[in-house]
Design a protein around this ligand. Structure first.
Ligand code: ATP
Ligand code: MG
Length: 261
């Protein structure tokens, strides 16, 4: 379908088209559409833009990844079709590995996703080795690569599942989640939660990585030390509440312009 640039919801419609196309090509699992819908609902609440606490979480995330010995970015179907190019560019910027890891796991979809990421320019994509298992996690996302996710000290997991997030934290890893829902188990369990859309988050982190390159290790550690995930999530909730209250107030004024009710 051709979507006109002038459409007020152009960006959002393009994302939907990309996901629908991804389902047809066997890259995105059909349930990925539902997950995206949940994300969209929260994006509406924050105003479909990167809000200040998200930007701070993105900065802390980049610092953690730059300090890491073995940083890994985990990619699923939705992430690949919505932000595949950005993931590759960001991974190059911070010297991170990329691993395909999916919940609805079939060898065929895994292979398709690896090839898709390579077609976008990635040199090496982990995931097909399937030579390790995340302990205490009884689902297909536990199967991973030893050189990638298993041995990562810092792992970036966009659109993560709550169970795996918890299992990765239990392994002692720094887990960075990108999740538009500040109330999800993932958001509550991760070490750093970025409440932003996945494409916007990667674009911002590419810019931030370029900026932080001039920082020393001590300065990066300071950025990380200053970040408090609980406090950051509270700021996100406060932002949403304030925004909704102000929309409510102006809508009251619109319906009662004289101030009388
Ligand atoms: P949890 O298992 O952590 O409680 P969940 O079961 O609600 O979360 P999942 O289906 O496991 O959700 O994962 C999808 C998550 O990804 C949702 O929380 C949703 O808000 C988020 N999400 C979906 N699309 C995007 C997007 N484009 N950008 C950022 N986050 C997104
Ligand atoms: Mg879940």
């Amino acid at each position: 379908m051709k979507i006109p640039h002038s459409h007020p919801r152009y960006e959002s419609l393009i994302r939907r088209e990309k996901l629908a196309d991804g389902v047809e090509r066997g890259l995105v699992h059909i349930t990925g559409l539902i997950a995206h819908g949940r994300g969209e609902a929260f994006d509406y609440l924050i105003g479909e833009t990167t809000i200040p606490p998200a930007l701070e979480a993105e900065k802390a995330a980049v610092a953690a990844l730059m300090l890491a010995k073995n940083p890994v970015i985990s990619v699923n179907g939705n992430t690949a079709v919505l932000a595949g190019e950005e993931v590759i560019e960001f991974a190059k910027e911070i010297n991170a590995k990329i691993e395909v890891n999916i919940f609805h796991r079939t060898e065929e979809r895994l292979r398709k996703l690896v090839n898709y990421m390579k077609s976008l320019g990635a040199e090496r994509i982990y995931g097909l080795e399937a030579n390790a298992k995340i302990p205490g996690l009884d689902q297909p996302r536990s199967i991973c690569s030893y050189e990638g996710i298993y041995s990562a000290d810092v792992i970036l997991v966009p659109l993560e599942d709550g169970d795996r997030c918890e299992a990765l934290v239990k392994m002692g890893k720094i887990v960075i989640a990108i999740d538009l829902n500040p109330l999800s188990r993932t958001a509550r369990t991760a070490t750093i939660t970025i409440v932003d859309d996945v494409t916007r988050a990667f674009r911002n982190m590419i810019t931030i990585a370029k900026e932080l390159k001039s920082m020393s290790r001590e300065e990066l550690e300071e950025v990380l030390k200053k970040f408090d995930n609980k406090e950051n999530l509270n700021r996100v909730l406060n932002y949403i509440c304030k925004r909704l209250k102000s929309i409510y107030k102006s809508s009251l004024e619109d319906s009662h312009p004289s101030g009388k009710r």
